[in-house]
Write a protein that binds this ligand. Structure first.
Ligand code: ATP
Ligand code: MG
Ligand code: MG
Ligand code: MG
Length: 469
């Protein structure tokens, strides 16, 4: 059945609303009471307090399409068919109400009846000793035994202590052409053949401090289904970026660049990066995060700059991303009103940030090429940490941008040296801030647009900067 992304999103919510679920609007991408988390990265994260029992929901059944950011997937963007930094996770949740039986059979009914997916292409994984899940898949759903795979780590969901449990992931076989052709390729393989579309988590244990798993008195269901992946299957396109949730952005980029997507696989990666990062940046800004030098703000700056660079690879030399914001709004604004309402703010912020970056990018790149020329003559292939830091500090080059440009000429970067310089600067800045307490900070022009995003601490910043780098 061919359905638009928007129709799919709505069909999912309706299906579960018809089964007693309350429709929750997506929470902000910025976690509001969870200092351990930079971004909301799953449908369940804004509902954590229901899972661990701190709060009781009015209705124990909830359905949502949640905006998610996963910077840990950044390296995959454009390279796999299925990963983005921003995506929508459809999810149905039960808090002490229904359990495995309904979660599994409803998922199956939705995919095969409502969406009319070919059942013979579907397979699942379950936790190795979850015989209950096996029974339901095999006997009630009728899935043949050879399409039920038993796994271990990948099929047990836990974060530290607290509620946890086995899960069952549903895969769609897109056919051998998408596969890695290895003998052991099966659902769960990293290639794009078996597309993981839906993860059903059965939260039935509590992990105690002594390492024991005790059964929870109230078992929960937490599911997550990637909207863009679902759309790629239903629209019969080879990757998420060719669905109607992305493609108009790619086409508009092509119009600006004066070249078409699909002509050159290397260029297509950049089309995808632009489209992905733009969505992330636009949604983050609509949730109050502005480009800046710390925490979430830094990630947004980084993503925007990365996309600008991809734009340059496509031959776009002038600010252009801001012109694509309208396209994102056209695609998603109806279901995410905050995006529509903040559209002109987003355009302004993106444009200002692009202009700032363009000014320094050419200068910084020229400098870097100069250095590499000189180093080559000395027989070295390594950019020093202090030089990389100068690019970062004076020219706004995130370290991974420097690494990326350097590696294109066969150079590496002294990462430890860079980190040491960065740590020094942070210490100096901290000392200066303490000395200047009370004075208004002037850290970035953009911070004057509206409130600055929450500062999340140096440790976390470093972790995320690494992940992204
Ligand atoms: P994968 O193994 O493909 O990386 P995952 O196991 O990390 O996916 P989950 O954490 O189980 O994903 O999230 C639930 C669902 O959200 C996935 O089944 C998938 O449909 C979707 N999803 C996860 N990560 C992404 C992403 N980076 N981009 C788009 N969709 C995603
Ligand atoms: Mg993943
Ligand atoms: Mg997975
Ligand atoms: Mg999964």
């Amino acid at each position: 059945k061919k359905l638009s992304g928007q129709a799919l999103r709505r069909a999912y919510k309706q299906f579960f609303a018809d089964r007693g679920h309350s429709i929750f609007p997506s929470a902000s991408l910025v976690p509001h009471d969870d200092p351990t988390l930079l971004w909301i990265n799953a449908g369940m994260t804004p509902l954590k307090s229901y899972f661990d029992g701190r709060e009781i929901p009015e209705n124990p059944r909830i359905v949502s399409s949640q905006k998610c950011i996963r910077t840990n997937d950044i390296e995959n963007v454009g390279h796999t068919a299925r990963h983005q930094t921003f995506f929508e996770m459809l999810g149905n949740f039960s808090f002490g109400d229904y359990f495995k039986q309904e979660a599994i059979t409803w998922a199956w009914t939705f995919l095969t009846d409502v969406l009319e997916m070919d059942p013979s292409r579907l397979s699942v994984t379950i936790y190795e000793d979850d015989d209950e899940a096996f029974q339901i898949w095999h006997e009630q759903v009728g899935l043949p035994e050879n399409r039920i795979y038993r796994g271990k780590e990948d099929n047990f969901w836990e974060i530290g202590l607290g509620p946890c449990g086995p899960d069952s992931e549903i895969f769609y076989d897109r056919g051998e052409v998408f596969g890695c052709h290895q003998a052991d390729c099966q659902p769960g393989c990293d290639c794009d053949r078996y597309l993981e579309i839906w993860n059903l988590v059965f939260t039935q244990f509590n992990k105690e401090a002594n390492g024991e798993y005790t059964p929870l008195p109230k078992k929960n269901i937490d599911t997550g289904c990637g909207l863009e992946r679902l759309a790629s299957v239903l629209q019969d396109v080879p990757n998420n970026f060719e669905t109607d949730l992305f493609f108009p952005i790619i086409q508009a980029t092509g119009d600006i660049a004066g070249r078409a997507y699909g002509d050159d696989p290397a260029a297509d990666i950049h089309f995808k990066i632009v489209a992905d990062h733009l969505r992330t940046v636009a949604f983050a800004i609509s949730d109050g995060v502005l480009p800046g030098n710390e925490g979430r703000s830094y990630i947004i700056r980084r993503l925007l700059r990365r996309a600008v660079r991809s734009g340059r690879r496509l031959g776009i030399e002038a600010p252009f991303m801001y012109r694509l914001v309208a396209v994102v709004d056209d695609i998603m604004g109806a279901d995410y009103p905050e995006l529509h309402e903040k559209r002109s703010l987003i355009e302004r912020v993106v444009k200002t940030e692009e202009e700032r970056f363009h000014e320094t990018l050419s200068e910084g790149e020229a400098l870097l090429f100069d250095w590499m020329e000189g180093l080559k003559q000395q027989g070295s292939q390594v950019i020093g940490g202090a030089d990389a830091f100068r690019l970062y500090d004076t020219y706004g080059f995130p370290i991974d941008l420097t690494i990326e440009i350097a590696s294109e000429s066969g150079f590496t970067v002294d990462r430890d040296g860079f980190d040491a310089e960065l740590a020094n600067q942070r210490a100096r800045a901290r000392a200066a801030r303490q000395a200047n307490e009370g004075m208004s900070s002037q850290r970035g022009v953009l911070e004057t647009f509206t409130e600055a995003s929450t500062f999340v601490g140096y440790d976390q910043f470093t972790v995320d900067a690494r992940v992204i780098g």
